[in-house]
Design a protein around this ligand. Structure first.
Ligand SMILES: Cc1cc2nc3c(=O)[nH]c(=O)nc-3n(C[C@H](O)[C@H](O)[C@H](O)COP(=O)(O)OP(=O)(O)OC[C@H]3O[C@@H](n4cnc5c(N)ncnc54)[C@H](O)[C@@H]3O)c2cc1C
Length: 621
């Protein structure tokens, strides 16, 4: 995976070129490599050896505290000490001013080693949000302490009755008495309500937990404003703090109602939290003390500001689980002797059995995993590079990056969640019965990965977002820009004999996707278009991945040509391991032959606005 990561970062995305930008001027290709080396080592030493342990020793509540294995605390401390919590922050607050592309690549090692052992991405997301929407004091007191690892953070959106439909959150926030608006930490409210599914909602890993909570402030009539416009955002610390960031010794009224016992991802606690039910009484009164972030009614807008990176983060976690399964099943397939070739020679029962990697069907399963996991990694890095462009590019380039991210983010989240999960299923299949046991890691990868189609917006919600909003907004500007970008790749590939056929196939697939988008909306009726939003999401994702693979193949062809020239001239060592570039080209071929044709089945129901699902009556089930 490291070789692939380096190839994508250097040969394809040329991340070193970012060092010409003022924000990254203190960095060099070497410092980027050092960050990757350090993270790879910490992940190998402090995370990977404990992946099974955190799965078997689930978090438990002893009535007072949530208990986690010591390894989880050690992993958190090592991660915090590496400086990765503030990797992207300014130097003057202790950050590294690292490009997001490198930060994401470095974090990928941790997801591969043990996706659930630390929930640092939540803390970083929480603190990043405050750096954009919080007051200077909120940033100093809350965000800076999260970047140092002293405290950790959560995102409290979901409630038992409000998951996908956040407009229905019922948590209430009432002004906390006289002068509530003058609190230096922000206008002070008392919150009451229940938050479900809160990851890392309770533990002893850090001195404090900073919850970011969505709640509704009642309007002048005393009733909450309906819909998402009524939602505001609050900082609710588990333990109260003063304006200097010191713990006051008072416990806030946030109580653990229970731990959820999950299918996978067990290294991270998952909680039902009660806010303001009177278990604790700060200043003698029930109600969780919360400080408003931004303006009332803008809570969801603030949260969505962080969505691109959160969703790219989820996609990357899914990707790395796919990668971990691919690598484990590849090792197994090379070592497991079973069966003989289908050729005449294979009929000799006295001949030794061959390793299963020699069977075409096992190669199919390995190629599929390679195409899914490495393709997804390339997609996530590409999206991360767009985030860097958005933040540090020239205005026109930044604007284009923002637009491309609008349409690509649902894919960055959903595609790896679906297809790297499928990769994990194939990894189990490669191991046969052994894959189905807990003696091998692949079943855990599948269980861990099963979460990713659910959280940060379910698969279905991503489809609705893509077809209902992203491809139609600004008269389809995002889709048009993506089509132009893909067409540029098609034109470059058309000039390469080895890739010309793929270029034609991608151009045809793109035309079908655009035509199906128009056909879906031909009647202008959302219920007709959106009834097939998930097949649309799948087809869109496969077209995007075909494009990404063609990009990677172009770089592989170029690198192979350079290597051949170099070898002829200097007989120097090849820059890539034997078979590496051929492997990239073969995975690309696999994707175009076995995967891209699937879009026809998905798009036919989209374009015809098939009413089969929509019109099925409840009592027909
Ligand atoms: C392990 C785990 C960790 C989590 N961590 C957090 C966290 O830290 N913070 C947090 O706030 N939340 C968290 N969540 C919650 C997660 O974001 C929600 O589970 C998710 O948003 C879905 O909500 P729900 O479970 O209520 O399902 P529902 O919203 O009830 O959805 C059930 C099904 O119905 C479909 N559906 C719902 N509405 C529609 C619609 N309008 N059109 C079509 N289909 C629809 C969905 O796609 C889904 O398939 C976590 C969840 C899990 C399982």
């Amino acid at each position: 995976m490291r070789t692939t990561l380096d190839f994508l970062l250097q040969d394809w995305l040329n991340v070193a070129s970012l060092t010409t930008r003022p924000r990254f001027a203190d960095h060099s290709a070497d410092t980027f490599t050092q960050v990757l080396d350090t993270c790879e080592k910490i992940a190998r030493d402090k995370f990977a050896p404990f992946n099974r342990l955190v799965d078997t020793e689930e978090p438990r509540f002893d009535g007072e505290k949530v208990i986690l294995p010591q390894a989880t605390k050690d992993a958190w401390d090592a991660y915090a000490a590496s400086g990765m919590l503030s990797a992207a922050q300014d130097h003057d607050i202790g950050g590294m001013q690292l490009p997001y592309t490198v930060e994401l690549a470095a974090n990928a090692f941790f997801s591969r080693a043990s996706v659930s052992i630390n929930a640092s991405l939540l803390s970083v997301g929480n603190a990043n949000l405050l750096m954009v929407h919080g007051t200077p004091l909120q940033q100093q007191v809350f965000a800076h302490n999260e970047f140092s690892g002293r405290w950790s953070g959560t995102m409290c959106l979901s409630e038992p009755q409000a998951g996908s439909s956040l407009s229905d959150v019922a948590t209430r926030a009432l002004p906390d008495g006289e002068g509530h608006e003058l609190d230096p930490l922000g206008p002070r409210y008392r919150l009451k309500g229940n938050k479900m599914w809160i990851s890392a909602g309770e533990h002893e890993l850090t001195d404090n937990i900073i919850h970011l909570v969505l709640a509704k402030i009642p309007g002048p009539d005393g009733k909450p404003v309906a819909g998402t416009r009524g939602i505001s955002l609050f900082i609710v610390p588990k333990k109260l703090v003063d304006a200097q960031g010191q713990l006051t010794g008072q416990r806030n009224d946030v109580a653990l109602a229970g731990l959820n016992h999950k299918c996978g991802w067990r290294g991270t606690t998952n909680t039902l939290l009660n806010f303001g039910e009177g278990k604790f009484t700060p200043d003698g009164q029930a109600g969780a003390v919360g400080y408003l972030v931004g303006r009332p009614g803008e809570g969801l807008r603030c949260m969505f500001h962080m969505m691109n990176e959160a969703r790219i983060g989820v996609g990357t976690a899914a990707t790395m689980l796919g990668m971990a399964g691919y690598e484990a099943s590849l090792d197994y397939a090379k070592a497991r002797p079973q069966g003989r070739p289908i050729t005449a020679a294979g009929k000799d029962a006295a001949a030794p059995q061959v390793p299963i990697i020699q069977h075409a069907d096992v190669k199919r399963m390995l190629l599929a995993q390679k195409a899914y996991a490495e393709g997804a990694l390339a997609l996530e890095l590409y999206c991360a590079r767009l985030v860097d462009e958005l933040h540090t590019g020239e205005p026109a380039a930044a604007k284009e990056a923002a637009l491309l991210l609008e349409v690509l983010t649902p894919i960055a989240k959903s595609w790896p969640s679906e297809w790297c999960l499928e990769a994990n299923s194939l990894a189990i299949q490669v191991l046969g019965g052994y894959g189905y046991t807990r003696d091998f890691p692949v079943e855990q990868y599948w269980r861990d990965n099963r979460l990713n189609m659910i959280h940060e917006g379910t698969h279905g919600i991503q489809g609705l977002d893509l077809l209902g909003r992203k491809v139609v907004m600004d008269s389809g500007a995002g889709l048009k820009l993506l089509a132009t970008t893909i067409t540029r790749t098609v034109n470059r590939a058309a000039g390469q004999p080895a890739l010309a056929e793929h270029a034609t196939a991608l151009a045809t697939a793109l035309d079908k996707l655009v035509a199906a988008t128009q056909a879906a909306w031909a009647t202008g009726r959302p219920e007709e278009a959106l009834a097939n939003a998930t097949p649309y999401l799948q087809a869109f994702g496969h077209v995007v991945l075909a494009w990404i693979w063609l990009e990677v193949a172009l770089v592989a062809v170029q690198a192979a040509t350079q290597a051949a020239t170099q070898a002829a001239v200097s007989r120097g060592a090849a820059p890539h391991p034997a078979g590496f570039l051929q492997g990239k080209l073969q995975a690309c071929r696999y994707f175009f032959a076995y995967e891209l044709p699937k879009i026809d089945a998905w798009l036919v129901v989209v374009a015809s606005r098939s009413a089969i699902c929509r019109e099925t009556q409840e009592d027909w089930f």
